[in-house]
Design a protein around this ligand. Structure first.
Ligand code: CO
Ligand code: CO
Length: 328
């Protein structure tokens, strides 16, 4: 559900220590504690998207941490947020989910210091996370620069694949590939980009590549061009799109964000859907000065983070904010 107009009616934030609130649809909120230190806060939970409880818990953790990494923060503590059925046969499943989440948080160096569970027929799981950041080094949505190159980690298509998975239309290899990708932390990607020095970043989640790119461009007052041919996708995604297995969230993204896009002739129809596909635990979309682009991609590749140059940021003139073609 889109809460943006509900949020818009909340009282204006007057506390000057709130460095990032919800006005620019940023990945996480930021609160200044001192001149050198701020807290980055986010929360995320959802219903299972894979059968294996342990993997689902790990995905929920990686997904919840992602917004902190996208802001350039270092996550330190987390709270479990859970809704579980109480029937005894569900107990081992809960155990698996919680263990998967805890192991992933441990891998990230994050301590789980509490949480809250309620009864619910449909299980839901996730985390509230706090990270730390220097108040002068927040990678928020307003900081993209004209001339930035766009670099995307992780392939696209988790929305299409999780829908196919529900309908048993996915191969064992396909399940393994997208599960592994969603379980992968954006930690290394974030550390590398902070090391290289970038303009900003966001993580690609529910609004899809176009939706999240659009939020940064809107907050920064800029436009962008994407090269559809450079955008990595999971193996079975194109066939599944052609078979019309399009998730509801992806259809909603098309309604909300396609008005911002001009598709050049020759871009395949399945790419139009892929670029709007709602992602779970997707990669980072990094805005990096063109002069540092090669350095960033080679540093990410060295750390085994898949990274592709998918386009660039431009001054926003008349017309659509985002242009997608074949070639840069
Ligand atoms: Co985000
Ligand atoms: Co989030």
């Amino acid at each position: 559900m889109d809460l943006r107009h509900v949020l818009a009616q909340l009282p204006r934030i007057t506390d000057e220590n709130v460095l990032v609130g919800f006005s620019n649809a940023d990945d996480a909120g930021v609160y200044r504690i001192s001149a050198e230190l701020a807290a980055v806060l986010t929360a995320d939970f959802f219903t299972p998207i894979v059968d294996d409880p342990y993997s689902f818990g790990a995905i929920a953790a990686a997904n919840a941490l992602s917004d902190i990494y996208a802001m350039g923060g270092r996550p330190v503590v987390a709270l479990n947020l859970a809704a579980f059925p109480t029937s005894p046969e569900f107990a081992p499943i809960i155990e698996g989910i919680v263990k998967g989440g805890a192991d992933k948080m441990a891998e990230a160096g994050v301590s789980i210091i509490g949480g809250h569970t309620i009864k619910d027929k449909e299980p839901k799981f996730g985390f509230a996370v706090m990270g730390l950041i220097h108040p002068d080094r927040i990678l928020d949505n307003s900081k993209a620069m004209p001339g930035d190159a766009l670099v995307l980690t992780k392939p696209l298509g988790t929305g299409i694949l999780s829908t196919a998975f529900m309908f048993d239309a996915l191969s064992a290899g396909g399940i393994e590939e997208f599960t592994r990708s969603m379980m992968t932390l954006n930690k290394k990607a974030s550390e590398v980009m902070l090391d290289v020095g970038v303009s900003t970043a966001t993580d690609v989640t529910g609004f899809g590549l176009i939706g999240h790119l659009n939020e940064v461009l809107g907050a920064s007052g800029l436009g962008a061009r994407l090269n559809a041919e450079a955008i990595a996708r999971f193996g079975e995604v194109s066939e599944l799109i052609r078979a019309k297995r399009i998730p509801g969230g992806t259809r909603e993204n098309i309604r909300n964000f396609d008005p911002f896009v001009r598709w050049e002739e020759g871009v395949p129809d399945e790419d139009k859907i892929l670029l709007h596909d709602a992602q779970t635990s997707g990669g980072l979309l990094i805005f990096v000065p063109e002069a540092k682009r090669e350095k960033l991609i080679s540093a990410l590749t060295k750390e085994n983070v898949p990274a592709h140059h998918i386009g660039g940021v431009s001054v926003y003139g008349p017309g659509k904010r985002i242009e997608v073609g074949r070639g840069y």
